[in-house]
Design a protein around this ligand. Structure first.
Ligand code: PTJ
Length: 243
């Protein structure tokens, strides 16, 4: 479909077309289209911009990724299609591993998504032939890579299912979640919750990684001074005031 450039919702319409195309190519799960619609409605409440509490969480996330020993970026269909290149740039900046980890898991989709990501760099992407299991999460949602999510100390997830977020937190991992819905289980259970649109959030995390990289003291201070429940509270107040 040809979308007129002067349409007030041009960006949103182009993104939708991109997702529909990815669905037709077998990259995006059909449920991913529904998930995107949920996200768009929450983004209205934020004025479709990165609000101050989100920026604070993005900076704290950059610090946490830099401070972790084995951080991993978990990628699903929506994240790969919307922000695949940013994921790779963030993985290079930290540096850390990238793993394809799907809710609606098929080996075919895993391969397609890994190939899509590998087109942005020489970095090998994990997730194919994964055999480890996230404890207490039924098959196939619990499948992960032994060298990736299974042994990670910090996992960044976006548009993630609440069950899996809870299961990751139960294993003692720190979870950084990017999700536009501040009320969902993922947002409520994560160690750091970024309530922002994934294509806006990742470049901001990269920016803060570059800013904090050479300054371990400031990195440590940034983590220590961040309180996730306080920040989520601020976020809710921001939405309430703007309404
Ligand atoms: O690719 P798969 O098989 O792993 O499946 C991925 C989906 C997204 C289908 C799966 O994880 C799913 O069903 O997700 P949910 O439970 O619908 O949750 C998606 C969450 O992401 C919701 O809380 C949305 O508000 C939020 N969301 C949607 N679009 C965005 C978003 N958050 C940030 N940026 C977005 N663009």
């Amino acid at each position: 479909m040809k979308i007129p450039k002067d349409h007030p919702r041009y960006r949103s319409l182009v993104t939708r077309e991109k997702l529909v195309e990815a669905y037709k190519q077998g990259v995006l799960a059909p449920e991913g289209l529904i998930a995107h619609g949920r996200g768009e409605s929450f983004d209205y409440l934020l004025g479709e911009k990165t609000v101050p509490p989100a920026e604070k969480a993005e900076r704290a996330s950059a610090a946490m990724l830099l401070n972790s020993k084995r951080p991993v970026l978990s990628v699903n269909g929506n994240v790969a299609v919307l922000a695949g290149e940013s994921i790779i740039r963030l993985a290079e900046a930290v540096p850390c591993k990238v793993e394809v980890n799907l809710f609606h898991r098929t080996e075919e989709r895993i391969s397609k998504i890994a190939e899509l990501l590998e087109a942005f760099s020489d970095m090998p992407v994990l997730g194919r032939n994964a055999t480890a299991r996230i404890p207490d999460l039924d098959q196939p949602r619990g499948i992960c890579d032994q060298k990736g999510i299974f042994s990670a100390d910090t996992v960044l997830v976006a548009l993630e299912d609440g069950d899996r977020t809870e299961a990751l937190v139960r294993t003692g991992k720190d979870v950084i979640a990017i999700d536009l819905n501040p009320l969902c289980r993922t947002s409520q259970k994560a160690t750091i919750t970024i309530v922002d649109e994934v294509t806006r959030a990742l470049p901001r995390i990269i920016y803060h990684v570059e800013e904090l990289k050479e300054n371990p003291k400031l990195t440590q201070e940034t983590i220590c001074s961040f309180d996730n429940s306080e920040n989520l509270q601020e976020l809710m107040e921001y939405i309430r005031n703007s309404l």
